[in-house]
Write a protein that binds this ligand. Sequence first.
Ligand code: GCO
Ligand code: MN
Ligand code: MN
Length: 390
Amino acid sequence: MDPFDPTPDDRFTFGLWTVGNTGRDPFGEAVRAPLAPTTIVQRLSECGAWGVNLHDNDLVPFGASAAQRDAIVREFKAALEEHGLCVPMATTNLFSHPVFKDGAFSSNDPKVRAFALRKTMDAIDLGVELGAKTYVFWGGREGSEADACRDPRTAVARMRDALDYLCEYVVDQGYDLKFALEAKPNEPRGDIYLATTGHMLAFIATLARPQMVGVNPEVAHENMAGLSFVHGVAQAMEAGKLFHIDLNAQKIGRYDQDLRFGSEDVRQAFLLVRLLEGTSGTERYSGPRHFDAHAYRTEDDEGVWDFARGCMRTYKILKARAQAFDADPAVRELIAEQRDAVLEPLCKGYSREKAAKLRAAALDPAQLAARGLRYERLDQLMMEHLLGVR
Ligand code: GCO
Ligand code: MN
Ligand code: MN
């Protein structure tokens, strides 16, 4: 078997909306027919994926009756069972229906806020019924164009009220579920509140049950804001808050492209996989490797599965490249941690005595500054591993 072919052990997941994307965009019609969720389950399993994620309305159409819902869910569960796929994550569509045109949880209309909360409770029930352990919140319509319509502080406070309410709902139901908040700076709104993973991390600390809530960063979204995705993900990991991840690719400064993982900025993709897999000896991310991306509009149905396999294969290839990079003695030597048995204890944990000793220590900035760091060599080594010649 090709070592880069995916297997369920790799814990790769796709959303129903990703491989099911029909290629519609603001300028053109669909180029592919919609795929039945049960077909997606079968095809994903044939590709070597581990799980499938969904919005409530990817599976159960908006406005379906209780009997219709139950029939659809029964059929879907049977397909999951037959093809050995799980549903690790679920989420709510709070953006497609016109009722959400000015936001869901942050809407100025208390009736819209009430409807959004109720829809989310139903969608949480659906996700839990399918086995989801993580529930994503992406507030696509929680934003503005005419900014005078509401104070942004009010929007944030309403988002907090909604998340606090829903955390209590989960606890009250006895569900084993945690929340992952996904940021995006704009699109479909002119500006979206809580625009980056950093904003989300600060917001989480203000919630009533912060331990239940983490983040779901997306490559494309941090790139749209011109930020380093790797740094954002690393900060979330360091805070114990990387509950989920949306992998894809994006050119900086564009609309949300949601491209095949690794297909733009291979260096950042390499550094991301290295971080998630902990190949440099750091703690590994243990959650699903989820792809929130879709095939080019040029593709027919077969192209969609080329796309899906491509996401997973690139991830595995980059993992192997990262392992080789971190095992390379030349690399290890260049990034070996520098130690100072005298100064380090003085700089950790303040006391008056330590501060006095620190002030008295001999430190020569000119001498420290004179040393070249050899990052040119380090980065070239990374390029050579990445390009497969080392
Ligand atoms: C986007 C978003 C969405 C969300 C998904 C979960 O591409 O703008 O990533 O795809 O992740 O809808 O709610
Ligand atoms: Mn996106
Ligand atoms: Mn996403």
